[in-house]
Design a protein around this ligand. Structure first.
Ligand code: ADP
Ligand code: CA
Length: 419
């Protein structure tokens, strides 16, 4: 019997989507996770307990499992499990990116070096030890610039600085974030560095794609219509298809392919982000995984007259099936990641029905939990929820998302006073 392996730190919504997709394909899915050892088998179907911080050890454990219960395809959610997924795929001869390539994707410094060697447009960049005093670095960098931790994601800890004073403040703020316990656990060796890059002006875009033997197949180009000029870089609205002209879209696809080749990404999903300026596209980063959170819900594909989810497409690809004949549905679609406006405790939301009734809105999904501590960017790493829209045009979808969000009223109580 065929079997698929899903590597995921959580058993949340995205993992459930993969599980449902596997069920539709008719192939059982086994989960490898490091969520919580008290909950070793969350779906009651023999989950493999691993530690994604120890990819070799985790891959060994999965290899042992596969000796008795063969695995025919592998998929990973989030950045952390990609290293284990790559080792497992290499061992078992499955379709996935190589261990070296996924490592490059998780290190913004090494990735920039590769882009530079490949002759791509690269901003000025350097990395500094987070433990060092920032005054000297502040004199060495160009302005405006962007400071960011080497190994985090979702714009966490990414801050723009326009002068030395802002640089020093941002540097200290990121260093403090990197000292936080949960962050240290996430990424030991790269947790000690802060990367600085000159600020790349321009509009920002995201690409969702599947790579087969090193060749990128673009599944969608998303416009990010909100200006992302800093000082923090909150992701909000993603809309596809892009409103860019054909040649600009082609330039974005070509730039993504160049980055994929430079990093050596060969087989599996990618999510890339880039900026388009007057002189052409500038790669920000390529992740060796699909779009995160619930955002995949903004994408649907057509294959032989059937609708396919992104998860289904990724699993089919992981099993070695061709994906050439598959195209994104013809309508426009989009998602809004609802930002956390300020720190506090989540107490609920009003006007949800009104927000859901905006024409074009498919659903509003609130993911914040009652009494949950809410931390906005740059320290935080979550959203209040997600709004999904579909319609005839990208502008219509964008307007629907904004109107739906405008109607929502979030109740956030003040942070508990420090005693
Ligand atoms: P993360 O992995 O945390 O998402 P990114 O490198 O993708 O880190 O940066 C997050 C966001 O910060 C980007 O989407 C972009 O808006 C902004 N950003 C990052 N680097 C630069 C840069 N050099 N110039 C301009 N904006 C940047
Ligand atoms: Ca990013």
């Amino acid at each position: 019997m065929k079997r698929l392996l899903l590597l995921s730190t959580t058993t949340g919504y995205q993992a459930q989507q993969f599980r449902a997709a596997a069920a539709r394909i008719g192939i059982p899915l086994v989960l490898a996770s490091d969520t919580c050892h008290a909950m070793d088998d969350p779906w009651g179907d023999g989950a493999i307990s691993v530690r994604f911080q120890k990819p070799r050890e985790s891959a060994g454990k999965i290899r042992e499992y596969a000796r008795h219960q063969p695995i025919h395809g592998v998929a990973a959610i989030g950045d952390a499990p990609t290293a284990t997924a790559a080792l497992v795929a290499l061992d078992l001869g499955l379709r996935f990116h190589s261990p070296a390539a996924v490592e490059l994707c998780r290190n913004k410094f090494l990735a920039r070096q590769r882009y530079q060697q490949a002759g791509m447009r690269v901003p000025w960049y350097a990395r500094f030890k987070a433990a060092s005093a920032p005054a000297q670095a502040a004199r060495a960098v160009p302005y405006p610039c962007v400071l960011k931790p080497l190994g985090l994601s979702a714009s966490r800890g990414v801050i723009r600085a326009d002068n030395e004073a802002e640089f020093v403040a941002a540097f200290k703020r990121i260093a403090a974030l990197l000292r936080q316990k949960d962050v240290k656990i996430m990424r030991d060796e790269s947790a000690g560095w802060i990367q600085v890059e000159s600020f790349i002006p321009g509009r920002e875009f995201a690409i969702e794609g599947l790579v087969t033997r090193g060749r990128l197949r673009v599944l969608a180009i998303f416009d990010k219509p909100d200006p992302l000029d800093g000082p923090f870089f909150e992701e909000t609205i993603y809309v596809t298809p892009s409103r860019l002209g054909d040649s600009a879209q082609q330039a974005i696809s070509d730039c993504s392919q160049q980055a994929i080749t430079a990093l050596g990404l060969s087989d599996g999903p990618i999510h890339a982000e880039l900026r388009l300026h007057d002189d052409g596209p500038w790669m920000l980063e390529v992740a060796a995984r699909p779009i995160g959170g619930l955002c995949a819900g903004a994408l649907r594909f057509i294959c032989d007259g059937h609708l396919l989810s992104l998860e289904e497409l990724i699993l089919r690809h992981a099993l070695g099936e061709p994906v050439d004949g598959i195209a994104r549905e013809s309508c426009a679609s989009g998602v809004m990641m609802i930002p956390i406006p300020h720190e506090g405790f989540y107490e609920g939301v009003e006007n949800l029905a009104a927000a859901q009734q905006v024409p074009g809105i498919e659903r509003v999904e609130i993911t914040a939990k009652l009494r949950q501590k809410l931390v906005p960017l740059p320290e935080g790493a979550s959203y209040l929820g997600f709004i999904f829209a579909r319609g005839d045009s990208p502008q219509w979808v964008e307007d629907a998302l904004r109107e739906s969000h405008r109607r929502l009223r979030f109740l956030i109580s003040a942070a508990m006073p420090v005693l």
